[in-house]
Structures are given as C-alpha cells and as structure tokens.
Design a protein around this ligand. Structure first.
Ligand code: AMP
Ligand code: MG
Length: 408
C-alpha cells in the first residue's frame, strides 16, 4: 500500500500544466499567467511631480524661506515641452505632470504661500524631493509580472498600465465527473427504498468549480460492464476524469477493471489514508483518471487532498497544496497507526495561537461534520495517540470564520 505522501507525489509527477490561451484582462482574474511579461517602456515614462506645488531649483532655496517668480503652469496631462525653470523662478505643477528642465525639486503647495505671480517657500528644500524618476517603478525590458502569478487587482492594474488588453493564461481543464452505482438516482427525485441521490456528482462539480476548472457531469454508470464502458469511454475525452464509487474490492466494483480494458495505466490503487483508502489513480494517454471512493465524505476529502492539487497544477498554480500550520489540540485524538488520518476540526484563534477541537462525529458516513469543519488535520501515519495540548498540522478547509472572534 502506497503512503499518503507518495501517492500525492506520483500524482503530481504525472501532471503537467495545461496549454496557453490569450485571455482578456478581466477574464484572466483568478487565473494563472503562463509567461513572464516584459515592460515595453519605462514606468513612469518621464520624471514627474509627486505633489501639487511648484517646480524649483533647489540651489535657489537654501535658506528657510525664499521668494521665487512664478513663470509657468504644468497641469496633469501637460507635455511640458519648452517650459523651463530659470534661476530665481518656479513653475506651478500638478501631480503627475512632467517636471520641466532646470527643476530638481518640487515644493508642495502646503509648504508655500500658494502665490500666483510670486511664491514664498516656507521650508528648506532638498534636491530631488517629490520627484518621481523615469523608470523608478519598472524599467523598460524588465519582467514586471512573472509566469505563475495569479491575476489579481494589482496584476490587472500594472498590465493595464502597460497597455496589455489580453494576456497568456493557462487553459482551464475540462473535468469529467462520473458516478457509478445501481443505487443512485438523479437529484430531483425522492429516494425510495435502497435509492441514494447522486450527490457526489454535484459536490465534485462544486469542488472543480472552486479550483477554476470546468466540470462536465456525465451522469451515472450502472454496475455492469457495458454501462461502465460507455460512460468511461466518454469521460476519457475530457482533460481529467473523476469517478466516484465502485473502486473497492467488491464484485460490483468495476471501475478499475473497465479502465484497464480501455487502456488506462494504473499507477496506484489503495493509499495509506483514512478516509480515502481505496483511491486509485491512472493515466490514459495524457488524461489523468482519479477513481475516488463513493462514500461522500471520502469523495470530498480525496478530492481535496489528491485531485485539487493536480487541478491547480494544470491551471499553472505554483502553490498547489494548502499551507499547513500548527494548531494545539483542545482534546485528545486516537487513531490506528500505519495510515495518515484526516480529521475534521473546528478552529479558534486565541492570542495569536490556533486551537483545534473535533468538528463532530468523525465516521465517514457523517456528512454534517464535513459541513461544520473549518480545518482538516493531517495526522501522520506512524503516530496513534495525540493528547490535549499536542500540536498537529492543519490546513483550512472551506471558509474559516472564527465565530468566537465575531461574537466578541
Ligand atoms: P461503493 O464504493 O460503490 O461501495 O459506494 C460506497 C458508498 O457511497 C455507498 O454507501 C454508496 O451508496 C455511496 N455512494 C456511491 N456513489 C454515490 C454518489 N454518487 N452520491 C452519493 N453517495 C454515493
Ligand atoms: Mg457501488
């Protein structure tokens, strides 16, 4: 049986970032830049004023107060051609306007008497003050956003500043979702005896949407070879195929056998993790195939721990695992040694330290604990006993909101 860590490694080694398409700036938000972007010009493009005030020669203004003749006006948008600051003179200037020749400092209007014909400077002037230099933000020819950057408002702003209306972005993989089982009915019907609503298709689609990929729900394969063949064949046309259920050792568990018939190369089956033990992973050509256990809690947790990092890698993300941090256990946790155990937790931040307690019944059939959980602990395989006060590795799951903070 493969370890949890090794299983993740095998998956990520087999996944490559998807191809690149040009995407308009706002459609790129939340997606990942595929190439470094080079500045086509200096930013700012010319030396300019950082303040509304007066462009001056600092040598004229050594003493605490001095009087200068106002000889010109440069509002924002002015080109500044032909305007010069002569000795003993000042030019009125607005923020962003190019600084005129001769000028080596800008005096903010607040530090003057705001004169129109003549201006009195009320404070000493330092050479270079309040001038933004050409290229001080970004130099022409340098990379100003790098491949792997997530496009957020700051990236949008700087890309727009440099006139980039469209940017190279990793494609969004289409993820096919196949449910298997004779007991399943589609959402909208009330389940009769022995029937279960195909909720996994929807929670998997939701999880796919959260990553930024595109879900394609294929429906239900019934527990016979023909139905599996037809549906799996269809699923293998997508960029990624996810199946749920039918991957344990029962005689109705057909997924792996039929995938094998269709030419998929199984890379592992059974992982040392609870929940999620029966998970299988295969490659069919370049298409990764994840066969997840059918129990809804196991399906969601194996998606979170195995599929999500893979999809994020395809989307071009560099950080594909959620960051782990330490939380102090409020109560003891027991587990069997030999497998990693994923535990659903509630979190609380107290004085800058994280504390964690169980989110409820940890059995894999209990969905409500999944809804309530704010974090998952990844308890290492070798340990079996965690006492109250021990620190464990956790990562956020879903929307963390510290309710104790809110109620204060
Ligand atoms: P199996 O792996 O086929 O033995 O399924 C394990 C458990 O997951 C059974 O209790 C199934 O009823 C349940 N299950 C399987 N598929 C789904 C699904 N698509 N939606 C909700 N529950 C499911
Ligand atoms: Mg089944």
């Amino acid at each position: 049986m493969l370890s949890f860590e090794k299983a993740r490694q095998v998956i990520l080694e087999n996944i490559t970032p998807s191809g690149v398409e040009q995407v308009s700036l706002l459609d790129a938000v939340g997606r990942v830049l595929a190439h470094d972007i080079v500045a086509p010009w200096d930013m700012p493009l010319w030396d300019n004023s950082a303040m509304d005030g007066y462009a001056v020669r600092s040598a004229d203004c050594g003493q605490t107060s001095c009087k200068l003749k106002v000889t010109g006006y440069l509002p924002a948008g002015a080109k500044g051609d032909g305007i010069e600051v002569n000795p003993g003179c000042a030019v009125r200037i607005m923020t962003g306007a190019p600084t005129p020749s001769g000028c080596d400092a800008v005096v903010p209007v607040e530090e003057t008497d705001d004169g129109q014909q003549e201006v009195t400077l009320l404070q000493p002037v330092t050479k270079g003050q309040h001038i933004r230099l050409r290229g001080e933000d970004v130099m022409s020819g340098t990379f100003f956003v790098r491949a792997g950057a997530i496009v957020r408002p700051p990236e949008v702003n700087i890309l727009a500043t440099f006139g980039k209306a469209a940017v190279p972005i990793h494609r969004r993989p289409v993820v096919a979702i196949l449910s298997t089982g004779d007991e399943l009915i589609e959402l909208g019907r009330t389940p009769g005896p022995g029937e279960i609503v195909n909720s996994n298709a929807l929670s998997l689609a939701a999880a796919v949407i959260e990553t930024g990929c595109i879900p394609r729900i294929l429906g239900i394969a019934r527990d016979n070879r023909e139905s599996h063949l037809e549906k799996l064949r269809e699923g293998l046309k997508a960029d990624v195929l996810l199946t749920s259920a039918g991957v344990s050792a029962g005689d109705r568990d057909l997924v792996r056998g039929v995938l094998d018939e269709l030419g998929a190369r199984q890379l592992f089956w059974k992982v040392g993790v609870k929940p999620g033990g029966p998970t299988a992973f295969a490659m069919h050509g370049a298409t990764p195939v994840f066969s997840l256990p059918g129990n809804p809690v196991s399906t969601m947790i194996t998606f979170e721990e195995f599929v999500r990092p893979a999809l994020l890698k395809m989307l071009g993300h560099r950080q594909v695992l959620r960051p782990l941090f330490k939380a102090v256990l409020r109560e003891k946790l027991l587990k069997k040694p030999g497998k990693v155990q994923i535990v659903r937790l509630l979190l609380e931040n107290d004085g800058g330290r994280w504390f964690a307690g169980s989110a409820g019944n940890q059995q894999t059939a209990i969905l409500k604990t999944m809804v309530d959980a704010q974090a998952l602990a990844v308890l290492p395989a070798e340990s079996s006993h965690f006492a109250a006060g021990d620190e464990v590795d956790v990562h956020f799951y879903g929307n963390y909101c510290d309710l104790t903070e809110v109620s204060r």
